[in-house]
Design a protein around this ligand. Structure first.
Ligand SMILES: [Zn+2]
Length: 102
């Protein structure tokens, strides 16, 4: 297991995991459930961390993430239920799970 990324937000982490899984890289998010515990734990420890299962995939994961973060922003969809902005390829709201319009 190698840590390849510390995400600023859970959404950021989810995007990275989706991108890596599309490349066949198995990842885990740690601290993902700690976001609601801010104030109880130090901030840095509450940020989602992305770890790759297979150490040999660390380099390709880092390269994929670098490409992801350099990519231009994609279209966003605004959730009709909670108003959260979601990436254009999301089918349901990452925050509340509401189905997003096409
Ligand atoms: Zn929503």
């Amino acid at each position: 297991m190698k840590r390849v990324h510390i995400a600023a937000t859970l959404l950021d982490a989810q995007l990275a995991v989706d991108a890596l899984s599309s490349l066949g890289i198995v990842t885990h998010i740690f601290n993902a459930n700690a976001a609601g515990a801010l104030g109880e734990v130090p901030f840095m420890q509450a940020q989602p961390e992305i770890w790759v299962d297979d150490d040999s995939q660390e380099t390709s994961a880092r390269e994929a993430l670098a490409g992801l973060h350099n990519a231009p922003p994609r279209d966003e969809k605004k959730c009709p239920h909670c108003g959260e902005h979601n990436p254009g390829n999301f089918l349901s709201c990452w925050q509340c799970g509401w189905a997003l319009p096409d």
